[in-house]
Design a protein around this ligand. Structure first.
Ligand SMILES: [Mn+2]
Length: 351
């Protein structure tokens, strides 16, 4: 008997305009979009490149939900749907995957039976990424995972501004005596001193609350609110201008619960509420954030089992793509600023 010969899989052609440029997505003109392993937007895996600037990280965790479970299947659904994303963003005139090395870092192995352990896993991994200079985009998973993300952000950047898109406040205190759930991350983060209390906003909230004190408590924790109805009445540009003024140049974390969208645009989620924003409104708002100091983001609460025709993961992957584009543009700006500083120093010393 002869030894079996090892099977060498065919090389996957990727978009790369020059050897010094970041390694881009799988080339869809050569390998069809629906073929091959699913990474976000067909980007390289983190182990395929020597160093990454920005990473998509899946967190398949939904032990913190209060109503319909299933967001643990969000990362896989979003990756599948993201196969159709293309490498040029016309609205921002940017090829995000040329501006920075963007990768898919796979999924974290989060404990489904121990919320505390799961939060630690997220915190540790995000902290390690931030220490390596990688900007994370987390795809969930339920909203509980925003808390360990904010712990890691605080460790790296100090108190951060938060722009929180959601149907709900997520500043409730406890459910059934539990402190760590998908309805409580922003209260815990505020209590733990992780947030810059002058720059916290919820956008898109709506629907019934337990009582008026929910809003008083939310204000006391430091949040301002732009409701879903106000977005419609005031218009995107005015709301974006007000948010930008509040955020300034602070390090900014953007957390997007996909239920900020109307159930018509995102039916596959755990706690849907009528009267939400459209996906067009959300994407326009995100594009309005260009130029801000975006240090991390998440897209959470995609529960594909309640979906049909991938409506929710289509919305979520486009939201993720816009966040990656903002991050890539921020990387390009810092690189350009560093080059100017270097050249300035060279001119001064005459070297
Ligand atoms: Mn939420």
């Amino acid at each position: 008997m002869t030894d079996p010969r090892p099977y060498v899989p065919p090389a996957v052609p990727r978009v790369q305009h020059s050897p010094t440029e970041p390694l881009g997505p799988v080339n869809s003109a050569i390998t069809p979009r629906y073929a091959g392993f699913a990474t976000f937007a067909r980007l390289p895996r983190i182990d395929e490149v020597p160093a990454a600037d920005i990473a998509v990280l899946g967190v398949p965790f939904d032990t913190g939900v209060s109503y319909r479970p299933g967001a643990r299947f969000g990362p896989a659904a979003i990756r599948e749907t993201s196969r159709l994303l293309r490498p040029y963003h016309p609205a921002l005139d940017t090829s995000p995957f040329r501006e920075a090395q963007v990768v898919d870092a796979g999924d974290l192995a989060v404990n489904p039976f121990d919320i505390g352990a799961a939060l630690e896993t997220v915190d540790e991994n995000l902290s390690a990424m931030l220490a390596a200079g990688i900007t994370p985009l987390m795809i969930g998973g339920d909203h509980t995972i925003a808390l360990p993300a904010l712990r890691a952000m605080h460790r790296a950047h100090g108190p951060v501004a938060v722009l929180h898109f959601d149907a709900h406040l997520d500043t409730w205190d406890t459910y059934f005596g539990a402190d760590y759930t998908h309805g409580t991350p922003f209260r815990r983060a505020s209590e733990e001193g992780l947030l810059d209390l002058d720059a916290l906003s919820h956008v898109g909230t709506r629907g019934p609350l337990y009582g008026a004190e929910d809003l008083t408590e939310d204000r006391r924790l430091g949040f301002g609110i732009v409701t879903s109805a106000e977005v419609g009445k005031r218009g995107i540009d005015e709301v974006v201008a007000a948010l930008r003024e509040r955020i300034g140049d602070r390090p900014l974390y953007v957390s997007i619960d996909i239920d900020v969208l109307d159930p018509a645009h995102a039916p596959g989620t755990g706690t849907p509420e009528a009267g939400g924003m459209t996906s067009r409104e959300l994407l326009e708002m995100l594009r309005g954030l260009d130029g801000l100091n975006l240090v991390g983001a998440d897209v959470v609460e995609v529960a594909p089992a309640y979906d049909h025709a991938d409506i929710t993961s289509v919305a979520a992957c486009h939201v993720g793509y816009d966040l990656l584009t903002l991050m890539a543009r921020r990387h390009a700006r810092s690189r350009a600023e560093a080059a100017v500083t270097r050249n300035g120093a060279t001119a001064l010393t005459g070297v």
